[in-house]
Each structure stands twice: as C-alpha cells, then as structure tokens.
Design a protein around this ligand. Structure first.
Ligand SMILES: [Zn+2]
Length: 152
C-alpha cells in the first residue's frame, strides 16, 4: 500500500520551498486557509503536515508501506486525537486518511510530490519541467482548479 511521507528531495526547486518535517515522517494535508493563493507567504496551500511533529513541508515522497488501509486510517485519527471532540470530527479525519491513500495511490512508488492547492503534481530530478498529465486533483474540492491557478 502506498503512503506519503516527508522528504527533503527536490527541496529548492521552487524558491518558496520549505521542509521542517523529519525525513520519512507520515504526512497529512493539514489545515489550509480558504481562498489563499498557492504561493502566498503563509504557505499553507502548498504544505503537507507531519503527523508526529505538526511541522510542514512542501515535498513528500510516495513509499510502499506494510500497514493496511485500516491501520493507516486509525493512525491518522490517533495522530489528530487532540483535534477530535466529536464523531463528525473523527469521520473527517478518516475521510482525510482515505484521500491521502488515494493521492499516494495515483503516483508510482518513489515519486516526489508537491502540492498546489488541492492539485498534486510529481516533481522530477529535471526540475520544474514535470509531467502535468499525471496530476492528481482532490475530487471533493470544487475550487481545486482555481486554487491551482498559480501553477507555474
Ligand atoms: Zn494560509
């Protein structure tokens, strides 16, 4: 099963890259501010958030994990326990975990991904000349295209 973990690989391909998450820490989508531009200074629209450190990174890697989808979903819920005060909140994190798995599954193992709003794109070692045909757009988000408007 494929999952997303933090990586420093390809950091610096974009001038506004950042990575404060230890290598191979499992990441989630984290909180984003509605309507903020991808390249705004805040950086939330291009961030993945480490599930252990709550720190952020603009680059993640697809790796093969031996855990099952059920274990992964339970891990994401457990990692966010401090934010869960209702069954609705727990369900939201279960849904996020599912979407994390769907995003990872869209790309090959070893792929380095960046996030542009709700659009996920593979980076290559050749730099920002990536392959947009492999983009993955989070289906639940109607404004994904609009937010991704700043894709270079
Ligand atoms: Zn923000």
């Amino acid at each position: 099963m494929k999952i997303l973990v933090a990586t420093k690989e390809t950091q610096g391909q974009r001038a506004n890259d950042y990575s404060f998450v230890p290598e191979r820490e499992i990441v989630g989508f984290g909180h984003t501010h509605d309507g903020e531009l991808v390249d705004a200074p805040c950086g939330c629209q291009r961030a993945f958030t480490g599930t252990a450190t709550d720190a952020a990174t603009t680059t993640v890697k697809v790796i093969d994990s031996e855990s099952t989808p059920e274990e992964f979903i339970d891990d994401i819920v457990a990692a966010n326990a401090e934010f869960i005060f209702s069954t609705d909140a727990e369900e939201a994190f279960r849904q996020e975990a599912l979407e994390l798995l769907q995003t990872a599954d869209h790309f090959p193992v070893g792929a380095i991904l960046e996030r542009r709003g709700w659009l996920f794109r593979e980076r290559t070692t050749a730099g920002l000349n990536r392959a947009p045909q492999s983009d993955y757009k989070r289906s639940q988000c109607d404004d994904a295209i609009e937010l991704a408007g700043a894709v270079a």
